[in-house]
Design a protein around this ligand. Structure first.
Ligand code: FE2
Length: 411
């Protein structure tokens, strides 16, 4: 198969891509078709490595309004509403919703998802369902599962055992939620436990870290120190880190040294955190987003996640990472020309580092032929016009497409 006329990752000149046996065989400015080879000419469109959702909660997705709507829009009412919805949770329920969500994601060019799954459930229903789904959907979506203790490890009955059970069942990553633990001591010991578990079972780590406006929430320094000392380094990710928005600058200056040394990754969730944080502020209200720009300037890896899709905490979402990037650039004040043009990295190459996709990712000869084509010439254009994903090719097979609609003024 020969795909022609593609601007790969904002390149100035177009390239042709030859795919053979599900792999990128050749990539060059001009390739002649071989005898009998099928040719698709995109006529000068943008090709990117597949989009990646590096932080979502698929077990709660598509439940907004069930059994009631979150009328205040707050985190607190979201938790309350989810507690009601959780009573009717079944494996079939999770299967049905995740199947829908994965199709929404696929249509928007996503081929990899890291999902956090609540394990503060003595029956581990969602975890069991998600492990089945990971297998069922593997040809169309690569799903990475985090054992996520929504109600704490040390502060939830049998919390440590549930975490280990989930990891033994096959969770890919170990989670934690230090800012939610009852005490500072529990917070530290939950992180120590999560890191030990990851080492024992050879798993990655992704912690809901300091997702609170409390500037005294300092789970991040503990996580980074353990990542450094254990040698797990870039196998560790700190998600959210919204308290960092409120840390004093002298502390951040000291912290940055450790963060750089530790090699950990960050995931920021601009849609959900902009909407949920700062809720108990009067004016001025904090934006409640981590210091993405400063982390990037320090050479630290940051990706963006959607976090929630149409659930009790976030009442919107269609599985499009464009919305996430769009919001992220605004609230992090990264609207410079090059910042906009290169911002696809937050939902592609940077996220691939976080997920440890290695050589299985990227538009390069010899790698799996997985890429997407957007109806735009570069990512600045794609972001600005909300360009649809014309084709999503995974291992040489087209798994999603869209036909651009038209809208125009009639004068
Ligand atoms: Fe989250």
């Amino acid at each position: 198969m020969l795909y022609r006329n593609l601007y790969i990752e904002n390149a100035e000149a177009a390239s042709d891509i030859r795919v053979l046996d599900g792999k990128f065989a050749e990539i060059a400015p001009h390739l002649d078709p071989m005898e009998g080879e099928e040719v698709v000419d995109f006529g000068g469109k943008l090709a990117l490595p597949p989009f990646i959702e590096s932080h979502v909660h698929l077990d709660t997705c598509l439940t907004a309004g069930e059994p009631k709507w979150n009328m205040s829009g707050t985190l607190f009412e979201g938790i309350e509403t989810w507690a009601l919805r959780k009573e009717t949770l079944s494996k079939k329920d999770v299967h049905d919703r995740v199947n829908k969500a994965v199709r929404l994601y696929a249509a928007n060019g996503i081929q990899h998802i890291r999902t956090h799954v609540d394990v503060t459930d003595p029956k581990l229903i969602a975890m069991e369902a998600m492990i089945e789904l990971r297998e069922e959907l593997k040809d169309v979506m690569n799903i990475q599962i985090v054992a996520f203790p929504q109600e704490g490890i040390e502060s939830y009955p049998n919390g440590r055992q549930l975490m280990e059970d989930a990891v033994k069942m096959g969770a890919d990553c170990v989670g934690a939620i230090p800012h939610f633990e009852f005490t500072r001591e529990y917070s530290v010991s939950s992180l120590n436990y999560a890191m030990e578990l990851a080492e024992k079972y050879g798993r990655l780590v992704d912690v809901h870290c300091d997702e609170i406006d409390d500037e005294a929430s300092r789970g991040l320094e503990t996580l980074a120190a353990r990542a450094l000392e254990s040698g797990l380094t870039d196998r560790v990710t700190a998600s959210h880190t919204t308290a960092m928005h409120s840390y004093n600058n002298a502390y951040v200056q000291r912290l940055m040294r450790l963060l750089k040394m530790s090699g950990i990754n960050f995931v920021s969730n601009p849609l959900v955190n902009t909407h949920l944080q700062g809720r108990i502020d009067t004016y001025p209200k904090r934006r409640g987003i981590t210091r993405v720009k400063e982390l990037r300037e320090a050479g630290i890896n940051v990706s963006f996640g959607h976090d929630d899709i149409f659930d009790p905490w976030y009442p919107m979402g269609t599985g499009s990472m464009r919305d996430v990037v769009f919001m992220g650039l605004h609230v992090c004040q990264m609207m410079g020309y090059e910042e906009i043009r290169s911002s696809y990295n937050f939902i592609s190459n940077n996220a691939a580092r976080t997920l440890h996709l290695g050589d299985s990712y990227g538009i390069e000869a010899g790698r799996p032929a997985s890429f997407i084509v957007l109806d735009a010439k570069d990512y600045y254009d794609a972001l600005n016009t909300n360009a649809p994903v014309l084709a999503s090719i995974k291992n040489g097979r087209k798994i999603a497409e869209s036909v651009p609609g038209t809208k125009k003024a009639l004068f």
